[in-house]
Design a protein around this ligand. Structure first.
Ligand code: GAL
Ligand code: MG
Length: 1000
C-alpha cells in the first residue's frame, strides 16, 4: 500500500515514500565521512566528547507516540499530542510498546522484497530544540536507528535514512527558527533494509544510539583520512588527507612531546615521517595524538602506527604472524537493549582483556564509533563488519526444507540487481566511518548473505576506499557463479578440525584462514576450545578464531518475589515465530557475569604455557605473545601441592621473547614425593593497567610431578552379619546396617546408628539434564535413559566371616524396545564399606550415553562436600582448562551453575575421592579410576523439565551423582559432534565404586 498517496498532499505523512524503494537510501543527509566530534578552539579535543562546546547531546526523554500500523498514522502526526515519553536512546519494545521477537534465520516478515507488510509499526519521537543564530550550522546526528527514520523539523520534511547501524546526519540549519524548534523523527520497524538486516538477534526497534547536534563552521573539515606506512629501520610515515578545508596539525607522542607539525591542504595528501615510531598492536596499543586545527574547530585523533598484510598466506601485523584469540560481540544488554553506553562498552572490553581475549568481530554490524576508540586504547584487533545479513533467503529458497547439501539460496539478494546499491552503501557506511581506527584490521562484507555480483561490488567499494586492511567474508555460497578471489582471507564457521587440516592440503588455495565463528558457547560449554587452539597453532596460515559469542541476549520479563531478574528468550514475548533459547549462547550471562565457558577461554587464550623440561626440575615456558616480552607483563610464582595441601611455594623470574620459550628450573620439584604431587605456576599482572590490577591472576599451568604410591583401601577387620528374607537382604557391620530390596534390586536403606543416609533407593544413573549441546537428547528420551524400569534376574547372597557379597543381574529399560542396559553387579560389604563392581552392556540404540554412575538422594543435613579432583568450578573431560587438580570444599547449595535454561551443570572431573558430610557422619566415595561427581539441590529431572532458571524448585534431598564417567559437553548446539575421545566408551563398561561410611 502506498502510504504517501493516502495522505493529504504535502502533509508530513505524504513524505513517506522511501522505505520500500531500494534506490532511496539516504535522502537529505550529509555524505558519509570518518567519525569525529569537533571541539571549540582552545578546548582539549581528547576529552570526552560530551564536553565539547560544539556538541549538544539530545539523549533523554522524548515525546513518543506508538502506532501498531503506519496506516493509522495521522496525516499531520507532528501536531498530535505527545503525552507519553520514552528515553532516547532505547528500544521501544523495552517500554511496553509492541513486543520483542527473537528470530535467528527466518525473516520476521513475509519474504516479498522490497516490500514490507502494510501494517508497519511506527514510533514517532518528538522534542524541542533551542536555537539561537550564531552563524554556525547545526548538524543533527543519529548514530543508530532501527530500521529507518523520516525526519521533520518544525513540521517540514528534512530527510530520510536507513541502515540501522550507520550514522545518519542532517544539516537542519535551513529549517530552524530563533528560539524553540520541534524535531520529529518517525521511525519505522520495517523497510526494504529489513531484508539486509536479518541478523540473529532479538528484534528491537527505535532510536537506539546517541543523538546529538553539532555546531559547525560554514567552511569546515568534512572528512579526513589517516594512513600509516611502516618504513625501514623503525621509521614510519603518517599520511593525512583533509577534505572540506585546509587544516594545520600537530602530532604528539603519548607523553605530549611534539613529533611533527604540518599543514594539509584541502584534498591533498600531507606526509610526515617519524623516526623510531612506536608501533600499535593489541598487546602494546601505543597511540600518538594528532591535534587538527580547522578554522575555529579543533579535533583530536588518536593514531596507531601499524600495518596489516598477507605474506605467503600468513596474516601479519607489523610484519609478525598473529593469531586472533577472538570473540564475536553483539550490542545486547538486558536493561538497555541495543544501546551500549560508554561504560557498558568499556566494561565489556575490560572483561575481555581480563580473559586474555585480543580480538573482536563486531557481529554483524558496525558498533558505536566510540567502541573502536576503546579498542584502540585497550588493544584489540577488530573485524569490523558491515550491517548486512540476508540469511532468511535460505528458508525461502528451500521452502522450509533444511538442506545442508546445497545452501546456495542464501545468495538470493547477493545477486539481485535491485539490492546492489543498498549492499554497496553498507560497505560505504562501514569503511567511511571507521577508516581511521587502527584497531580495525579486517573489513567484513557482512554475515550470511551468500555471495554474488553484489557482494563482489561491495568488496570493490571497500578496496577502493581503503587499501590498508584485508577484506573478509564467510558466506560464499553463490547462485551466479561470481568468483570470491577478491577476498583476502578465507573464513569458516564451526568447521571441525579435520576440515581445517583439509584446507591446508588444497594446492590452489593460498590464502590465510580464519574461523570467524567457532566453539558455540551455548549453555554448558564450549568443550573444544583447547583442541581448536592446538589446531590454530599447528600452522601459521591459520590466524585464529572468534568464539560465538560474547553475551547471552535477553529481554527480562520482570522479577521474581526474591528480586531475581527473570531473563526471557525466544517464545517468552508471545512471538508467533521464534527460535527459543538460541540467543542464549554467550560466554557471559546477560548481566555480564562470566559463564564457566569464559573461564575456559581465559585459560586457553593464556599468554604463557608451561610444559615439562628435560629433567625433573626443569620446565619450559612458551609465550604466545607476539610483540611483548612476557616478563615485562607478568610475574610468576609456583606452588607444589599434594592431597594434603601446599608443600612449597616460590617465585620464578621470567623473560620470554615474543613467541619464544625459555627453560626454568625449580629444584624443589625434583625431590622424592610419596603422594601424587603437582606444581602449579601462576602468572599475575606485573603492573596496574586500565583493565587489571597488579597481582591479578592472568593464567596458570599445572603439571603433575609425581604419581605417588597407589593408595590401598585398608580392609579393616570386622564382623559382618547378614540376613535374607524372600524380598530383602540386611547386612550389618558394626553400627552400619545396609538393606537391599530384591524386588527393586537396590539398596533402599543405609543406616549408621540411627542416622539414615538414603532418602530414596540407591540408583544407577544413565541420564543428565540435556545441555544445549546435547542435540541427541531426543534419542535419550526415546530410549528412556531418564525414566526406566529395572528388571531383576536374580540375586545371590554369599556370607563370609568378614564380608557379605550380593550379586545381582538386572536390566534397565522401558516399554516398546529391548532394555537399553544389561548389568551384573557385585556388592561387597565389609569393614571398609560398600564396594560396588558392575559390568554394564549398553544397547546400540543409544546415541551417545551422557553418563554412567550411581545416584544417591541424601538427607539435606548432608550438605558439605570435599573432593580431590578438578575444581573449583565445574569441570568435564573436555571443559576443564580453567580447573586444576586440588582439594576443594564446598557447600552443596553453592554447587550450581545457574544457566538460564537449566541443564546439566557443576560436575567435577578427575576426582580421586569425594566426601559428603553432615554433622559428624561422613560418606567417602572412591573408585579404582578417577571419577566425576555432581552434588546438587536440584534433580536432573527438575533441571530437564524447566525452561527457565527462575522456575527451578529444590529437591527435598541433596542429590549426589557419582559417575564412572560423564560425557564431554562439546559445542554441538551449532558446532561439530562431540569428539569420540570425549564420549563414553560404550557398549561395555566395567565400573567400580567404593562407598565408605564413618564418623569423624
Ligand atoms: C552463525 C551466525 C550467527 C549465529 C550463530 C548461531 O551461523 O553467523 O549470527 O546465528 O550461527 O548462534
Ligand atoms: Mg544468521
Amino acid at each position: 500500500m502506498d502510504i504517501s498517496k493516502l495522505a493529504a498532499v504535502n502533509s508530513p505523512k505524504s513524505k513517506m515514500i522511501n522505505h520500500e524503494d531500494t534506490q532511496a537510501l539516504h535522502i537529505g543527509t550529509l555524505d558519509k565521512h570518518c567519525y569525529f566530534v569537533p571541539f571549540a578552539k582552545g578546548q582539549d579535543p581528547f576529552q570526552s566528547r560530551e564536553n565539547s562546546q560544539r556538541m549538544e547531546l539530545l539523549n533523554g526523554d522524548w515525546g513518543f507516540r506508538y502506532y501498531d500500523s503506519i496506516i493509522d498514522l495521522e496525516d499531520d502526526f507532528i501536531h498530535e499530542k505527545f503525552e507519553n515519553t520514552i528515553p532516547v536512546p532505547s528500544n521501544w519494545q523495552l517500554y511496553g510498546y509492541d513486543k520483542p521477537q527473537y528470530t535467528n534465520v527466518c525473516y520476521p516478515i513475509p519474504f516479498d522484497p522490497p516490500f514490507v507488510p502494510d501494517d508497519i509499526p511506527v514510533g514517532v519521537y518528538q522534542r524541542e530544540y533551542c536555537y539561537s543564530h550564531d552563524g554556525m550550522d547545526r548538524v543533527l546526528v543519529f548514530e543508530g536507528v532501527d530500521s529507518c527514520v523520516y525526519l521533520y523539523v518544525n513540521g517540514s520534511f528534512v530527510g530520510y535514512s536507513q541502515v540501522s547501524h550507520a550514522a545518519a546526519e542532517f544539516d537542519i540549519t535551513p529549517f530552524l527558527t530563533e528560539g524553540r524548534n520541534i524535531i520529529t523523527a518517525a521511525v519505522l520497524k520495517w523497510c526494504d533494509g529489513t531484508y539486509l538486516e536479518d541478523q540473529d538477534k532479538i528484534r528491537l526497534s527505535g532510536i537506539f544510539r546517541d543523538v546529538y547536534v553539532l555546531s559547525r563552521s560554514k567552511r569546515r573539515l568534512e572528512n579526513y583520512i589517516v594512513k600509516t606506512v611502516l618504513g625501514e629501520n623503525g621509521s614510519a610515515v603518517l599520511e593525512f588527507t583533509a577534505f572540506g578545508c585546509d587544516v594545520s596539525a600537530k602530532l604528539c607522542d603519548d607523553d605530549g612531546v611534539t613529533m611533527a607539525q604540518f599543514s594539509a591542504y584541502d584534498g591533498e595528501k600531507a606526509k610526515v615521517k617519524i623516526d623510531n615510531a612506536r608501533l600499535w598492536s593489541a598487546e602494546m596499543p601505543y597511540l600518538y595524538r594528532l591535534t587538527i586545527q580547522a578554522d575555529d574547530e579543533v579535533i583530536g585523533e588518536e593514531i596507531g602506527f601499524r600495518d596489516v598484510k598477507v605474506e605467503d598466506g600468513v596474516v601479519k601485523i607489523n610484519g609478525r604472524a598473529v593469531k586472533f584469540k577472538g570473540v564475536n560481540r553483539h550490542d545486547s544488554y538486558p536493561d538497555t537493549g541495543y544501546y551500549a553506553s560508554y561504560e557498558q562498552m568499556k566494561a565489556d572490553l575490560v572483561l575481555m582483556k581480563k580473559h586474555n581475549i585480543n580480538a573482536v568481530r563486531t557481529s554483524h554490524y558496525p558498533n558505536s564509533p566510540v567502541f573502536y576508540q576503546l579498542c584502540d586504547r585497550l588493544g584489540f584487533y577488530v573485524i569490523d563488519e558491515a550491517d548486512l545479513e540476508s540469511h532468511g533467503c535460505v528458508e525461502v529458497y528451500y521452502d522450509y526444507k533444511w538442506d545442508y547439501s546445497d545452501y546456495r539460496g542464501i545468495a538470493m539478494l547477493a545477486s539481485d540487481e535491485r539490492f546492489k546499491e543498498a549492499i554497496k552503501d553498507r560497505a560505504k557506511c562501514l569503511v567511511k566511518r571507521d577508516i581511521n581506527r587502527p584497531c580495525v584490521v579486517f573489513w567484513s562484507l557482512g554475515n550470511e548473505s551468500g555471495y554474488g555480483e553484489n557482494m563482489l561490488e561491495e568488496a570493490k567499494v571497500i578496496k577502493a576506499l581503503d587499501d590498508t586492511r584485508l577484506v573478509h567474508y564467510e558466506s560464499t555460497h553463490c547462485l551466479d557463479g561470481t568468483s570470491d578471489s577478491i577476498l583476502d582471507v578465507v573464513s569458516g564457521m564451526y568447521w571441525d578440525i579435520d576440515s581445517m587440516k583439509g584446507y591446508l592440503e588444497k594446492p590452489e588455495e593460498k590464502r590465510p584462514f580464519v574461523l570467524c565463528e567457532y566453539c558455540h558457547a551455548m549453555g554448558n560449554g564450549p568443550g573444544d576450545l583447547e583442541d581448536y587452539h592446538n589446531a590454530f597453532y599447528s600452522n601459521e596460515r591459520f590466524c585464529g578464531g572468534f568464539v560465538w559469542e560474547w553475551c547471552d541476549h535477553s529481554v527480562p520479563l520482570g522479577k521474581t518475589a526474591e528480586g531475581k531478574l527473570k531473563y526471557g528468550y525466544g517464545g517468552d514475548f508471545g512471538e508467533r515465530h521464534n527460535d527459543g533459547n538460541f540467543c542464549m549462547d554467550g560466554l557471559v550471562y546477560p548481566d555480564r557475569t562470566p559463564h564457566t565457558g569464559l573461564l575456559e577461554v581465559k585459560q586457553v587464550y593464556r599468554p604463557v604455557r608451561v610444559t615439562k623440561g628435560k629433567s625433573a626440575d626443569s620446565f619450559v615456558f612458551s609465550s604466545t605473545l607476539e610483540f611483548a616480552n612476557a616478563g615485562d607483563v607478568l610475574d610468576c610464582r609456583y606452588e607444589i601441592t599434594d592431597k594434603n595441601g601446599i608443600i612449597d611455594i616460590g617465585m620464578v623470574d621470567i623473560c620470554i621473547e615474543p613467541m619464544g620459550s625459555t627453560e626454568v628450573k625449580v629444584p624443589q620439584a625434583a625431590g622424592e614425593h610419596e603422594e601424587e604431587t603437582f606444581i602449579r605456576f601462576i602468572f599475575t599482572a606485573k603492573e596496574d593497567t586500565e583493565y587489571w590490577e597488579k597481582g591479578y591472576e592472568v593464567c596458570f599451568d599445572q603439571l603433575k610431578i609425581a604419581d605417588g604410591r597407589k593408595a590401598v583401601v585398608e580392609k579393616a577387620k570386622a564382623k559382618v552379619k547378614a540376613e535374607e528374607t524372600p524380598l530383602c537382604i540386611t547386612v550389618a557391620e558394626g553400627d552400619i546396617v545396609y538393606r537391599f530390596d530384591k524386588r527393586k534390586s537396590a539398596f533402599v536403606s543405609v543406616r549408621i546408628g540411627d542416622r539414615e543416609l538414603l532418602d530414596r533407593p540407591l540408583q544407577y544413573n544413565f541420564f543428565r539434564a540435556p545441555t544445549d549441546n546435547d542435540v541427541m537428547k531426543h534419542n535419550w528420551y526415546k530410549v528412556h535413559l531418564n525414566d526406566f524400569v529395572v528388571k531383576s534376574y536374580g540375586c545371590k547372597l554369599a556370607v563370609r566371616e568378614d564380608s557379605a557379597e550380593i550379586e545381582v543381574s538386572q536390566s534397565f529399560g522401558w516399554s516398546i524396545q529391548q532394555p537399553f542396559c544389561k548389568m551384573t553387579a557385585v556388592y561387597v560389604i565389609d569393614g571398609s564399606g560398600l564396594d560396588i563392581k558392575c559390568k554394564a552392556e549398553f544397547s546400540d540404540k543409544i546415541d551417545m550415553l551422557p553418563r554412567f554412575g550411581i545416584r544417591l538422594f541424601m538427607p539435606k543435613a548432608f550438605s558439605q562436600v570435599e573432593y580431590f579432583g578438578y575444581g573449583p568450578t565445574e569441570s568435564y573431560i573436555d571443559k576443564r582448562q580453567a580447573c586444576y587438580v586440588g582439594r576443594f570444599a564446598a557447600d552443596i547449595g553453592d554447587m550450581h551453575e545457574d544457566y538460564i535454561r537449566p541443564q546439566e551443570n557443576s560436575s567435577h572431573y578427575g576426582c580421586r575421592y569425594l566426601t559428603v558430610s553432615g554433622g559428624d557422619t561422613k560418606v567417602k566415595f572412591t573408585a579404582d579410576k578417577d571419577f566425576s561427581f555432581n552434588a546438587s539441590q536440584f534433580t536432573q529431572e527438575e533441571l530437564a523439565a524447566k525452561a527457565h532458571n527462575y522456575e527451578l524448585e529444590r529437591c527435598e534431598s541433596n542429590v549426589i551423582c557419582v559417575d564412572y564417567a560423564m560425557a564431554g559437553v562439546g559445542s554441538n548446539s551449532c558446532g561439530p559432534r562431540l569428539a569420540e575421545k570425549y564420549q563414553l566408551d560404550k557398549p561395555l563398561i566395567n565400573a567400580h565404586f567404593h562407598i565408605q561410611i564413618g564418623k569423624e
